[in-house]
Design a protein around this ligand. Structure first.
Ligand SMILES: C[S@@+](CC[C@H](N)C(=O)[O-])C[C@H]1O[C@@H](n2cnc3c(N)ncnc32)[C@H](O)[C@@H]1O
Length: 210
């Protein structure tokens, strides 16, 4: 999409927050892969729409995506957004940003491999967001199904994987294979209603039938 069109679209949903701006600048400076300013507002919107109080994030980095969930959960009346990342420094950094944003009370920061952390979580989660290493996507689905409430939402980032999902030559690439496999699993399973949104790098949106 042309940058001007992107800017126009993003400009219609305003989150004028200085901490968020700092986090965006940090991503730009260090080339850190955050969901970005097109997907973030969408996460906020759906969390509000579902009136979610329990959100579990897998692969949370320094907390950019967490900001949108935590803001929505706070405005829904409170709850918990579980932030998981296996890197202690990133977890500490996330806590710093979210404390300064006044959103840390909604967050549970866990330094852990994300699928492992989810397997130890209580059942009945409203939304699970998956942004871990792509080759790990298929292996996460069993645990997601055991923790999400019926009617809950499973959101998966990067399902277009920069267009590589279309390439027949990507077969030896484990990340691309992981993205293609979870897409197939969700599409074919009777337990899910599945939609692939053409937003940024492709956002999978799956409603759990139970
Ligand atoms: C793509 S970044 C996204 C960050 C965040 N979702 C955002 O948009 O702001 C994913 C982060 O999760 C970490 N990560 C990847 N796989 C993980 C796993 N299985 N368990 C815990 N952390 C993981 C990566 O090292 C990285 O810091």
């Amino acid at each position: 999409m042309p940058q001007e069109l992107h800017d126009y679209i993003v400009g219609q949903t305003r989150f004028d927050d200085p901490i968020l701006a700092e986090m965006e600048a940090r991503a730009k400076e260090h080339g850190f892969p955050i969901i970005g300013d097109a997907v973030g507002p969408w996460l906020y919107f759906y969390t509000r729409l579902m009136n979610a109080s329990q959100v579990f994030e897998m692969g949370s980095g320094y907390g950019y995506s967490t900001w949108f969930f935590a803001k929505a959960v706070k405005e829904n009346g409170g709850g918990t957004v579980t932030h998981t990342v296996w890197d202690e420094d990133l977890s500490r950094e996330a806590r710093g940003y979210l404390e300064r944003a006044g959103l840390a009370d909604q967050c549970d920061f866990q330094v852990s491999e994300a699928v492992l952390a989810l397997s130890g979580a209580a059942k009945g989660i409203d939304i699970i967001f998956c942004d871990i290493d792509k080759e790990m996507y298929p292996g996460a689905l069993d645990v997601v199904e055991s923790k999400l409430r019926p009617g809950g939402l499973f959101i998966i980032d990067n399902l277009l994987w920069d267009g590589k999902v279309m390439s027949p030559t990507a077969d030896g690439d484990e990340a691309t294979a992981g993205v293609k496999e979870i897409t197939r699993m969700l599409r074919e399973s009777e337990r899910w209603d599945f939609l692939l949104l053409p937003l940024r790098d492709g956002v999978g949106c799956a409603r759990f039938r139970g």
